[in-house]
Design a protein around this ligand. Structure first.
Ligand SMILES: [Zn+2]
Length: 90
């Protein structure tokens, strides 16, 4: 039987962390778990760019997703499906 290896912490230098904490302080923008980008709904909102799903959800009085990886609700899915299936949605 093998004895379990003790995980020894790697050499952590103590003088690295000062810059990191100030960065976190400045970071008041919400960062999307998708990492952001041109098609990121969080990024697009920040840039005041038009977000297709937001437009649809607002028209249908549905809550908006907070980030790209949030699951759609059934109602949201219905709106999205309606839009793609039939664009004369009233
Ligand atoms: Zn995103």
């Amino acid at each position: 039987m093998q004895s379990e290896q003790v995980n020894q912490p790697m050499n952590v230098s103590t003088n690295v962390s000062t810059n990191v904490s100030t960065n976190l302080m400045l970071n008041n923008d919400y960062v999307c778990p998708c990492g952001g980008g041109q098609s990121c709904i969080v990024d697009r909102r920040t840039l005041n760019d038009w977000v297709h799903e937001d437009d649809l959800f607002l028209k249908n009085k549905l809550p908006l997703r907070k980030h790209c990886f949030q699951q759609f609700t059934n109602k949201q899915l219905k709106v999205l499906n309606n839009f793609t299936a039939n664009d004369s949605l009233c």
